[in-house]
Design a protein around this ligand. Structure first.
Ligand code: SAH
Ligand code: SF4
Length: 397
């Protein structure tokens, strides 16, 4: 049996069952691996191509490698390690929600939203201007018909942890508590599994990624960033097409500000002041809005980029006109180039809030805009299959 001594393929893994996952190794690490097997150097390119371009799910499928090499890899304890889609729920609006199983059978949820949910609107990104182009190119055409474009556009919503420890009062995922962190391969692997299902091609199809599924990415910082590197450097998805959302983990934001490879950032603000925020997001006790803003100001933005602030509208809690006025003032004072993504709260069992009325939502949005703050309403996607924000609960109800 080939031994594999000097090199730990995935130092951050925390379960034996994921030992030897090839999907998580960079090209450089694959090259080192091929060297330890004393194989021809071009084999590393073949292996890399099978993993990240073909996105194979078993070593047996790597037919560019002779059987003898495949056997040696398997005997040495390697596996591909891609998570697999265990269940699929299809919404009437085309959104698909997947229960994705890791090798240890822990499951997380991943969502595919054809044509996105307008979350990129107004953030100054490539993805946002395409969205606008597609709408402009087909005046009066329902957005669903932009399928006629020669490429597909979709947003994939990815989980970063099994459950979440942050305990936001309005979020279903919070009810699970946190079970474990996902590894980098499991985070990026959700994308590979969903791309495979849709036979999507990076380079042709416009795929946006949002780290807005289960979990708090900045409480699993190293694996989250390692996943970003895999997605960008190995899979070829530009980081300008990625948005990571955080509930406001201060040390995470501070580290993020120093990253070279940096997705766009969204802060789940959800309130115009610390006292309302604390009542719905207890984590505010630890880090105040002002501390978070201070850290956000250290993040270098790309030309035209805006910082996104998510704001879940909870009926009677944070959706009044005075809240909109206070929010606009807060953002103006912050000095940050900001845009607000309004999200109508999605209800869930045993969560003691109510949805805002459509009139209150419209008034809130208009008030922000009148006060000079760009504000967009996120289209709720896949409500009928519990795929919308905060509805990602692992149980299969
Ligand atoms: N943990 C990260 C990312 C996942 S949550 C974060 O909190 O930012 C992604 C977004 O969904 C957050 O902006 C959160 O405020 C929002 N959200 C959570 N529960 C929701 C619900 N029930 N309805 C609408 N949005 C919700
Ligand atoms: Fe965790 Fe985000 Fe839900 Fe808060 S909103 S509990 S941080 S997943």
């Amino acid at each position: 049996m080939a031994s594999f001594p000097q090199f730990d393929p995935e130092p951050q893994r925390n379960s034996e069952s994921r030992k030897g996952s090839l999907f998580s190794l960079s090209f450089k690490q694959l090259t080192e691996l091929i060297e330890t097997f004393r194989l021809e150097p071009y084999r590393s390119r073949q292996l890399w191509h099978a993993l990240y371009q073909q996105r194979v799910s078993s070593i047996e499928e790597i037919t560019s490698l002779p059987q003898s090499i495949r056997d040696r890899l398997i005997q040495a304890g390697f596996q591909i390690g891609l998570p697999r889609i265990a269940q699929t729920y299809v919404s009437s609006d085309g959104t698909e929600r997947y229960l994705v199983a890791c090798l240890d059978e822990e499951t997380v949820e991943t969502v595919w939203m054809p044509n996105g949910d307008d979350g990129e609107m107004g953030d100054g990104s490539e993805a946002a201007s395409e969205e606008a182009d597609a709408v402009a190119a087909t005046p009066g055409t329902p957005i669903e018909e932009s399928r006629l474009l020669p490429y597909r556009r979709a947003t994939i919503c990815i989980s970063s942890q099994v459950g979440c420890a942050v305990n936001c009062q309005f979020c279903l995922t919070a009810k699970l508590g946190v079970k474990r962190n996902l590894t980098a391969g499991e985070i990026a692997g959700q994308v590979a599994a969903v791309l495979n299902r849709h036979q999507a091609r990076i380079g042709r199809d416009r795929i946006n990624l949002v780290f807005m599924g289960m979990g708090e990415p900045f409480l699993n910082y190293d694996n989250f960033m390692a996943a970003v590197h895999l997605l960008v450097e190995e899979m070829g998805i530009p980081e300008s097409r990625m948005t990571v959302s955080t509930s406001g983990i201060l040390p995470g934001i501070q580290r993020f500000a120093k990253e070279k490879l940096r997705p766009k950032l969204a802060l789940s603000l959800n309130a115009p002041n610390d006292s309302i925020r604390e009542s719905i997001m207890p984590i505010t006790r630890k880090w105040k809005i002002e501390n978070l803003f201070e850290a956000l100001r250290e993040i270098p933005l790309r030309p035209r980029e805006r910082m996104t602030f998510e704001y879940v509208l909870l009926g009677g809690v944070n959706d009044r006109l005075q809240d909109a006025a206070e929010l606009a003032a807060l953002l103006r004072r912050s000095g940050l180039p900001a845009k607000v993504n309004l999200i109508v709260w999605n209800p869930g069992p045993d969560i003691p809030y109510r949805m805002p009325t459509p009139a209150d939502v419209a008034a809130f949005q208009s008030h922000l805009i009148a006060d000079g703050v760009p504000a967009f309403l996120r289209r709720p996607r896949g409500r009928d299959i519990y795929a919308a924000c905060g509805q990602l609960k692992r149980t299969v109800e």
